[in-house]
Design a protein around this ligand. Structure first.
Ligand code: ANZ
Ligand code: ZN
Length: 882
C-alpha cells in the first residue's frame, strides 16, 4: 500500500464514492421529520459541465451536507432539463436524433457529477424529455385550460428565420433585436399561439415580491420591472368619424396634463384606424408600408376623425401613429406635446399646437415650445384646476371627468408557450373542424412524440400518421396540434416532481409536496432571474388555487451565484481560449480540490477569476489536513490543565462557532478561512514538546468535520485515519465544547499583545530576546474603567467620585482624564483575572515566536516603572536581551 502517506486523490475519491453509494447515504425518506429542501437549478443537457456548473453544484452540495450533519433530512435531488432546441440542432448536425443525443449527454453529465462526489439521491432523478415526466406537463396544461388560464390567440410573434422558431420577447436581445441563440435579426409573423394567462396573476406576482426576504434585491427588482405595473387613469374621448361617434378610452399616467392634449392617436391596428384606412389611401399606405414601431422617429398620418377633449370641450385631430403600441394600455392615447417627449417630437414634425399646462413649482420658467416639461409641477392654463399640484390635479380630474377612472397597466404579457419545434412536450390538443381545438383527455396522455425525421420545417408537421387522429369529442377526423411547449414549462414545476418522482397517477404527491415545499435554498445563475423564476412562481400560485399545493411561493431563499472568470478576469469562453475544463482539474488535482477552490475563492454571489495558484494551494491544504490526521493519536484523552492546551482548545471551540455561523450564511469562503487558521495553529502547537495530544486530536477531528461538506472525500479519508465511527458525511456537526462568548475580546487582547511585543523587538533592534515580561494593570484601573464606562457625560467627576479611587490621588486623576479623552469609545476590557488567564494561556505563542520564556506578571509583581505603563486591555511589555 504505497499510497498510504501520499494524497492519491483519484483512488481516495473513487473509493469513497463507491462506499457512499453502497451505504445509500444520500437517500432521503419520503416523509421527513425535519425536511430541508436544497436545490440547484437543474442543468440543460449540453453534455459538458463547465466550471460554472461545478461552482453551482458545489454550493448546494456543501449546504446540503452541512444541513444533513446538523440533523436535518435533506432533499438534494438532481435532474435534467433535457428538451430544447440545441438537441435538435445537434441531431441535425450529427445525423442522429434528439433523444439519442440527449441520452448520451445525460450519461456523460451523470458520470461527471458522480466524479465530483455530489451527494444526490439518484433515485429521484427527473428527466423532462421522458414521457413519464412530460405527460404531466400535458396534464397540467389541461388543468390550466379547464381553469380558464389557457387561451389561443392569433398573435404577431417574434420569428427567428434561422432557428425557424417563435421567440419569447425575453429571447430577443438588444436594440438590434437578435435571436438569443444564433444572433440572427428577428422578424415578425402572425400565428395561432397558445398562451398561459400569467397576466391574471400580475398583481399577486408583484405584491408578493415584498415578502421574498430571502431573495437578492436585484432579482426582486428585475421581477418587479418585468411585471412593470404603472398606475394611471383611463379616460374616454368621444371620436367623431364619418360613420358615427364612438367613445375611445386612452390610458394615461398624466391625467393632470389633459388640458394640453392637442391631438389624439391610435395604434395602426386599432379597429378605428383600420376603418380609416379603408376610407383613405394615405392612411392605408401608412399602416401597410410606413409604420415602424421600432423606428427612432415617431411617425403618423392624420385621419378624417376628430376627437373632443373632455376637459376643454375642444375638437382635436386624430392621427394613426406608429409609436402607439397596440398591446399597451388601450392602443389609443391622448397626446400632450407640452409635456411628453414623443408627443412633442410628433407635434413639431406635424405642426401641431404645443401648450403648457404644468409649470415647475417655484420661480423657474420653462419654454415648452423648445422642449417638453416632463416633470410634475403646478397646473396652469387648466381653468378651475390652475394652482393644483400634479398629484392633486390627477385626483380631482379622475373624479370630475365623466367616465374617467384610475387604472393600472402592466408590462407583463401572457406567456406564449407555443414553439414550432420538435424537441419539446406536444401540446395536448387536437383540432377538429366541427369542435375546434379540443383537449386530449387525461386518460389518453401522454401524447408521445413521434419518431424524429430530418426536415427543414417542423418534424411534427411532417409526421402524417401521428398528426391525423380522431376528435375526442365527436370522433370525426381531426389534426393534432403540432406545436410543442416552451421548455420553461418543464422547469416551472420540476421541483415538485422531485418530492414524488415515480408517482404515476399525478404530477406530484400533494402531501409530500406540501411537506417539502417551499424549497429552502435555491441556487442558480442570475440569467434565470426573470423568466424561470417568474414562471415557477406563476405555476405555484395556480397550483395553490387548484388545491394541489398549500404554498403560494416556490423558493423561500434564493442565491444567484457569480461567475467563474478566466485567469485573465474576463468571462470564460471557448473563443478566447481562457476556459478550464472541470474534467481536467478533477483528473489532475481531484474533485475535492476543485470544490474547495471554487468555494473558498469568494462568496457564492460574487464573481472570481480562475487561479492556478489557488488550485494548487487548495490541493496542498487538503494534503496537509490528511497528513495531520494520519499523524495524530486518535485515542489520546484531553488533559487541559495546561494553559497552552486550554488556549488551543478554546480556539478550536471558537472556530466551530464561527464556521457554523459562516455555513448558515453560506459563506463557505469564510468557513474555510477559519478552519485554515485553526489548522495552522494546530500544526504550530503540535510542534511543542509539551503539546497535549488529546487537544490536537480533538482539533483535527473538528477540522475534518468542518471541511467535510466542502471536501468530502479527503475528509472521509481523514476521518478513517482518526478511527471515526461510520462516515464523516453522517457524523454529527460539532458544537463548541467551551463557552466562546468572550472570544472576540480575548483574541483582540492576544493579537494586540503579540503585535506590541513585535513592535518593541523591532524598534529596539533586539536580535536575541532572552525573556518577555507581560505586566497587567493594577486592579483599581479596571474599577476606574468600569465606572467610566457607566458614566453619563462627566467621566472625571464620576470616576473621582468613587471613594477608593479618590484616595489613589494623582494616579487616579491622571487616568480619569485619560479615560475622559477616550470617551465615549472606551475599551471593553476583560476583568483582571480573565485578562491574566488569557495572557497566560497565549504565552506559548510568544514563546514559540521569539524562542524566549514569557512571564505574565501582575502590576505589584513588576517594577513600578513598567507597571505604570499598563492599562486594562493593554498590558505593559518588557523584552529582556543578552
Ligand atoms: C398623456 C401623457 C402626458 C402621458 C404626459 C405621458 C406624459 P409609461 O409611463 O411608460 O407606462 N401611452 C398610453 N398608451 C400607449 C400606447 N398604447 N402606446 C404608447 N404609449 C402609450 O407610459 C404611459 C404613458 O404612455 C401614457 O401617459 C401615455 O402617454 C402613453 F405629459 O398620457 B401619457
Ligand atoms: Zn370534433
Amino acid at each position: 500500500m504505497g499510497g498510504n502517506d501520499g494524497y492519491d486523490h483519484g483512488e481516495i475519491e473513487r473509493r469513497w464514492q463507491r462506499e457512499w453509494d453502497d451505504a445509500d447515504v444520500f437517500r432521503v425518506p419520503d416523509d421527513a421529520d425535519d425536511p430541508e429542501y436544497v436545490l440547484a437549478m437543474f442543468p440543460y443537457t449540453s453534455g459538458q459541465l463547465h466550471m460554472g456548473h461545478v461552482r453551482n453544484y458545489a454550493i448546494t452540495d456543501a449546504l446540503a451536507r452541512y444541513r444533513r450533519m446538523d440533523g436535518d433530512e435533506v432533499l438534494h435531488p438532481m435532474g435534467w432539463d433535457s428538451f430544447g432546441l440545441p438537441a435538435e440542432n445537434a441531431a441535425e448536425e450529427r445525423d442522429t436524433n434528439p433523444r439519442e443525443w440527449t441520452e448520451r449527454c445525460i450519461e456523460q453529465m451523470r458520470d461527471q457529477f458522480e466524479a465530483l462526489g455530489f451527494g444526490y439521491d439518484w433515485e429521484r432523478e427527473v428527466t423532462t424529455c421522458d414521457p413519464d415526466y412530460y405527460r404531466w406537463n400535458q396534464w397540467l396544461f389541461n388543468e390550466f385550460r379547464d381553469a380558464g388560464l389557457v387561451e389561443q390567440q392569433t398573435a404577431a410573434v417574434n420569428w427567428c428565420p434561422s432557428c425557424e422558431t417563435v421567440l419569447a420577447d425575453e429571447q430577443v436581445e438588444g436594440e438590434e433585436e437578435l435571436c438569443w441563440r444564433c444572433d440572427t435579426p428577428v422578424t415578425e409573423r402572425d400565428l395561432d399561439q397558445w398562451f398561459f394567462e400569467t397576466t391574471a396573476y400580475a398583481d399577486e406576482l408583484l405584491d408578493s415580491i415584498d415578502d421574498l426576504d430571502g431573495w437578492p434585491t436585484n432579482v426582486r427588482d428585475m421581477q418587479r420591472n418585468w411585471i412593470g405595473r404603472t398606475d394611471g387613469a383611463e379616460v374616454p374621448f368621444t371620436l367623431h368619424a364619418p360613420d358615427g361617434d364612438e367613445d375611445v378610452v386612452a390610458f394615461t399616467t398624466r391625467l393632470d396634463t389633459i388640458h394640453g392634449a392637442t391631438f389624439f392617436a391610435l395604434a395602426p391596428d386599432h379597429p378605428l384606424a383600420e376603418a380609416a384606412a379603408e376610407r383613405d389611401d394615405d392612411v392605408a399606405h401608412f399602416v401597410e408600408h410606413v409604420a415602424d414601431p421600432d423606428g427612432d422617429e415617431p411617425q403618423g398620418v392624420e385621419t378624417d376623425i376628430t376627437a373632443t377633449n373632455p376637459a376643454t370641450g375642444e375638437e382635436i385631430p386624430v392621427f394613426v401613429a406608429d409609436f402607439v403600441l397596440s398591446d399597451v394600455g388601450t392602443g389609443a392615447l391622448m397626446a400632450v406635446p407640452g409635456h411628453d417627449e414623443r408627443d412633442h417630437a410628433f407635434a413639431q414634425s406635424h405642426d401641431l399646437p404645443i401648450e403648457q399646462v404644468v409649470a415647475p413649482e417655484g420661480d423657474d420658467e420653462v419654454d415648452v415650445q423648445e422642449e417638453p416639461y416632463t416633470e410634475d409641477g403646478v397646473l396652469v392654463n387648466s381653468g378651475d384646476y390652475d394652482g393644483l399640484t400634479s398629484e392633486e390635479g390627477r385626483e380631482r380630474l379622475t373624479e370630475d371627468i365623466d367616465g374617467a377612472e384610475s387604472a393600472v397597466q402592466y408590462q407583463l404579457r401572457d406567456w406564449g408557450i407555443s414553439r414550432q419545434r420538435y424537441w419539446g412536450t406536444p401540446i395536448p390538443v387536437v383540432h377538429c373542424e366541427d369542435c375546434g381545438p379540443v383537449s386530449v383527455p387525461d386518460e389518453d396522455l401522454p401524447v408521445e412524440l413521434p419518431e424524429f425525421v430530418h426536415t427543414t420545417g417542423n418534424p411534427l408537421d411532417a409526421a402524417e400518421e401521428w398528426k391525423h387522429t380522431e376528435c375526442p369529442e365527436c370522433g370525426g377526423p381531426a389534426v393534432r396540434e403540432t406545436d410543442t411547449m416552451d421548455t420553461f414549462v418543464d422547469s416551472s414545476w420540476y421541483f415538485l416532481r422531485f418530492t414524488s418522482p415515480d408517482l404515476d397517477d399525478a404530477p406530484f404527491d400533494v402531501e409530500r409536496a406540501n411537506d417539502w415545499m417551499p424549497v429552502d435554498e435555491y441556487v442558480g445563475g442570475v440569467e434565470h432571474a426573470v423568466m424561470h423564476l417568474l414562471y415557477s412562481r406563476f405555476f405555484t400560485k395556480v397550483l395553490a388555487d387548484l388545491d394541489l399545493l398549500d404554498h403560494r411561493e416556490p423558493f423561500e431563499s434564493l442565491t444567484t451565484q457569480g461567475m467563474v472568470l478566466g485567469e485573465d478576469g474576463t468571462k470564460m469562453s471557448k473563443s478566447k481560449g481562457n476556459g478550464v475544463s472541470p474534467e481536467r482539474i478533477v483528473e489532475e488535482y481531484g474533485a475535492d480540490t476543485a470544490r474547495l477552490f471554487v468555494l473558498r475563492a469568494a462568496r457564492p454571489d460574487k464573481d472570481f477569476p480562475w487561479s492556478q495558484e489557488g488550485v494548487r494551494s487548495s490541493n496542498a491544504f487538503l494534503e496537509r489536513l490528511l497528513r495531520l490526521a494520519r499523524g495524530v493519536d486518535p485515542d489520546a484523552a484531553v488533559d487541559d490543565a495546561d494553559p497552552a492546551a486550554e488556549y488551543v482548545a478554546r480556539e478550536v471551540a471558537a472556530t466551530v462557532d464561527a464556521a457554523t455561523e459562516h455555513y448558515e450564511a453560506m459563506e463557505f469562503n469564510r468557513a474555510v478561512q477559519a478552519v485554515d487558521e485553526m489548522v495552522s495553529l494546530l500544526v504550530r502547537y503540535r510542534g511543542r514538546e509539551d503539546a497535549d495530544p488529546g487537544v490536537v486530536a480533538r482539533g483535527v477531528e473538528v477540522a475534518v468535520k468542518l471541511l467535510a461538506p466542502i471536501a468530502p472525500h479527503a475528509c472521509e479519508e481523514s476521518w478513517a485515519a482518526l478511527d471515526g465511527d461510520g462516515f464523516v458525511t453522517e457524523a454529527e456537526w460539532p458544537t463548541p465544547d467551551r463557552d466562546v462568548s468572550d472570544h472576540d475580546r480575548t483574541s483582540r487582547l492576544v493579537e494586540r499583545t503579540r503585535e506590541d511585543v513585535r513592535d518593541i523587538v523591532d524598534t529596539a533592534g533586539i536580535e536575541e530576546p532572552t525573556g518577555v515580561d507581560v505586566v497587567t494593570a493594577p486592579e483599581w484601573m479596571y474599577d476606574a474603567l468600569e465606572i467610566a464606562r457607566d458614566a453619563d457625560g462627566d467621566v472625571v467627576g464620576t470616576v473621582m467620585g468613587d471613594e477608593d479611587l479618590r484616595q489613589r490621588g494623582e494616579d487616579a486623576a491622571d487616568y480619569a482624564k485619560d479615560l475622559a479623552a477616550q470617551a465615549p469609545a472606551l475599551p471593553d476590557a476583560l476583568p483582571p483575572e480573565r485578562e491574566r488567564a488569557t495572557l497566560e494561556r497565549a504565552a506559548w505563542l510568544v514563546e514559540s515566536e521569539f524562542d524566549a520564556p514569557v512571564r505574565v506578571l501582575a502590576a505589584d509583581e513588576a517594577d513600578d516603572d513598567l507597571a505604570s505603563k499598563a492599562e486594562p486591555g493593554r498590558p505593559a511589555i518588557h523584552v529582556h536581551e543578552g
